[in-house]
Design a protein around this ligand. Sequence first.
Ligand code: ITT
Length: 192
Amino acid sequence: MQRSYDSQGNRIPDWDVAFVTSNVNKYEEAEKILAEFGIKLGHWQRDLIEIQDDSLRKIAVQKAQDAYNQIEEPLIVEDDGLFIDSLSGFPGPFSSYVFKTIGNNGILKMIGDNRDAQFVSIIVFRDAHSYTSFESSVTGTISKNIQGEGWGYDPIFVPENQKKTYAELAEKNKLSHRYESLKKFANWFNNK
Ligand code: ITT
């Protein structure tokens, strides 16, 4: 990552806040969303400790702590979960592991008649003094087949009031779970 320094050798941040995530897709979407609110987002691509817990918020707070220990500058992390009603909320907090193991085809084989689901995003901001979290979710359904070529669960998640999956929707970034949680974060950050 390119760093800038002033004449005294102090680092000049090249961004307003850094996003620590192993997932480049998440970063690219977040960068565009926050630019809309005048916030320049940096990227530290790091693998973070994901504790096993029922609460996305607890997982995200722990990720933020791990990220802060690694980079020691103001940052955000995000934890997402796809909660499917007919699977009692599975994969929920295990969404990352489930995607890497059984993937979208595995989900399509398991799902029952009720295809309702929620995609949840938690953003945690962390600096030297404190942390603050921002949560949002989008209700939708799981499609019958893989539709489109997006990343992660994009080809199977159809947001409410739409007929297409996230993968097929050009405007995904305007109506996603990530957009709503980042909007809450941006409003708070810009008034800090
Ligand atoms: P970091 O923890 O390093 O940020 P990750 O990919 O492990 O990256 P999460 O644990 O937050 O991220 O994500 C849980 C899963 O949900 C993971 O498989 C993501 O690919 C998927 N996911 C999250 N947001 C998504 C989106 O907008 N569209 C499709 N899949 C998404």
